[in-house]
Structures are given as C-alpha cells and as structure tokens.
Design a protein around this ligand. Structure first.
Ligand code: CU
Length: 69
C-alpha cells in the first residue's frame, strides 16, 4: 500500500524532483509519484514513515497530511 502525503508547497516539477530525491536518499528503491497539481505524493517504500517525512521536511517541504490508501 502506498503512503500518501499531501505536500502543499509542491509547486512544480523541480519540487517533485527534490522530494523524490529526498525520499530516495532514505530508501534508494522507493517508488515516488508526485503531482504538483494535487499536491499529493505517493510513496512505495519499506522505510519508516517518520524517516520519510523528516527527509521531506529537511528538503524544505511541509507534510500537511498523511494517509494510507
Ligand atoms: Cu518547484
């Protein structure tokens, strides 16, 4: 089940690349799909949710909401 995060400051494809890199720094095999229009980031990873969220925060983005789909 992918982890679904809402990241309101996801504005463009550069943000998508930044967030993807941040998550893949935690788990190199993570599958990250992010859409600047919906502000949703879908992540398939075995890494801990807290580790993923803190990596995204350290990249300069805010995680507003989290849900498992
Ligand atoms: Cu951007």
């Amino acid at each position: 089940m992918p982890l679904l995060l809402t990241v309101p400051d996801l504005a463009c494809s550069a943000c998508v690349a930044n967030v993807t890199q941040a998550v893949q720094a935690v788990d190199a095999s993570a599958q990250v799909t992010a859409d600047p229009k919906t502000k949703q980031v879908s992540i398939v990873s075995t890494a801990a949710v807290a580790a993923i969220e803190s990596a995204i925060a350290q990249a300069g983005y805010t995680v507003a909401e989290r849900s498992h789909s």
